[in-house]
Design a protein around this ligand. Structure first.
Ligand code: PHE
Length: 343
């Protein structure tokens, strides 16, 4: 019996020594010490032995069992350590190296100057209780012309050369189409602005582009007058240019406002003395505006006897050009990075 036990011990320890994985170790443990294991069987059979023999064999068996358990534990620690070591050797990261793709940091972009000014103006108007509206660039003839008091065949349609789509829609020629959408979704009193890209079928030169940006504004309430219009326009210009600007209103014709104005500002480049930007006049035309025409309110299901309003259409390209002294509108869409990097 003693020999059997010693053989079992030797073989088991040898097997543990040559095991290379934790799973192998577990197999050995189950084979020897498991519920139906070889040593377990021997221990269980002790009851059938004579008392003196039982004590001796029991003692040896327990020693062998402890021996094997210790060997198993030690080997397990070894194998685990080796596994971690292998992982570390294979998966280490050199934190001092540069990023994977290149040794350069990715360059950070920035907002286009038109977006910058658009967001500034949105902030100014939302702080005064205006809501920002959106509209599609492909519009219906109704929203772009009809509901703005520009009927078909009216000569005023010629003021804005238009790209038509084959299905009878158009690329909106102005953000005023957003006014129409605003009246369809809002009941007075309301204040809205609508920034967006607009399109005209024009040949380009230093001050004309086929694609440019506007912000429309519309306020409808009781007893709105030109005084309200001037007040909001002055705040807008003061915030944008960060100083008091002198303005003047000239009559201007737009079918959707009555009276309609061209709002000019004292030239900020020369201070009014006359320069190339203001074409020696001292004034720069900046902001068409006026009181909403009663027909436009009617198209929007708003009773002009009870409500009145003002509207304006601010050209963002022109504004950016004034702010930075840019002399050619075509820079904006040129895609020339040397232009964009300056802002
Ligand atoms: N929509 C006009 C244009 O683009 C500008 C405008 C807007 C004029 C609102 C008056 C009131 O020319």
């Amino acid at each position: 019996m003693k020999d059997t036990l010693e053989t079992l011990q030797t073989n088991t320890l040898a097997a543990i020594r040559s095991a290379t994985t934790a799973a192998e170790l577990e197999e050995i443990r189950i084979r020897v010490l498991g519920r139906k294991g070889e040593l377990t069987g021997i221990l269980r059979g002790l009851g059938g032995l004579a008392p003196e023999e039982r004590a001796a064999v029991g003692k040896i068996s327990n020693e062998i069992k402890a021996d094997i358990e210790t060997a198993l534990g030690a080997k397990k620690t070894d194998l685990d350590g080796a596994a971690i070591g292998a992982m570390l050797a294979e998966e280490w990261i050199d934190v001092s190296l540069a990023g994977p793709a290149s040794s350069k940091r990715p360059e950070r972009g920035h907002l286009h100057p038109i977006s910058q000014i658009q967001y500034e103006i949105e902030d100014i108007f939302t702080s005064m209780g205006f809501e920002i509206l959106d509209g599609p660039e492909v519009e219906t003839e109704y929203n772009n012309f009809e509901a703005l008091n520009i009927p078909d065949h009216h000569p005023a349609r010629d003021m804005q050369d238009t790209f038509w789509t084959e299905d009878g829609n158009l690329l909106r020629t102005h953000t005023s189409a957003i006014q129409v959408r605003g009246m369809a979704t809002h009941r007075p009193p309301f204040r809205v602005i609508g920034p967006g890209r607009v399109f005209r079928y024009e040949s380009t030169d230093a001050s004309h582009e086929n694609t440019f940006y506007q912000i429309e504004g519309m306020m409808v309430d009781r007893n709105i007058s030109v005084a309200n219009l001037i007040y909001f326009m002055k705040i807008l210009l003061k915030e944008i240019f960060r100083r008091e600007v002198t303005i003047r209103l000239r009559p201007g014709y737009f079918p959707f406002v009555e009276p309609g104005f061209e709002l000019d500002i004292h030239c900020l480049i020369c201070g009014g003395d006359g320069c190339s930007v203001c074409k020696q006049s001292g004034w720069v035309e900046l902001l068409p505006c006026g009181l909403v025409h009663p027909n436009v309110l009617r198209y929007g299901n708003i009773d002009p006897a009870e409500w009145s309003g003002f509207a304006f259409g601010l050209g963002l390209n022109r504004l950016v050009m004034m702010r930075y002294g840019i002399n050619d509108i075509r820079h904006f869409l040129s895609g020339d990075l040397r232009f964009l990097y300056q802002f």
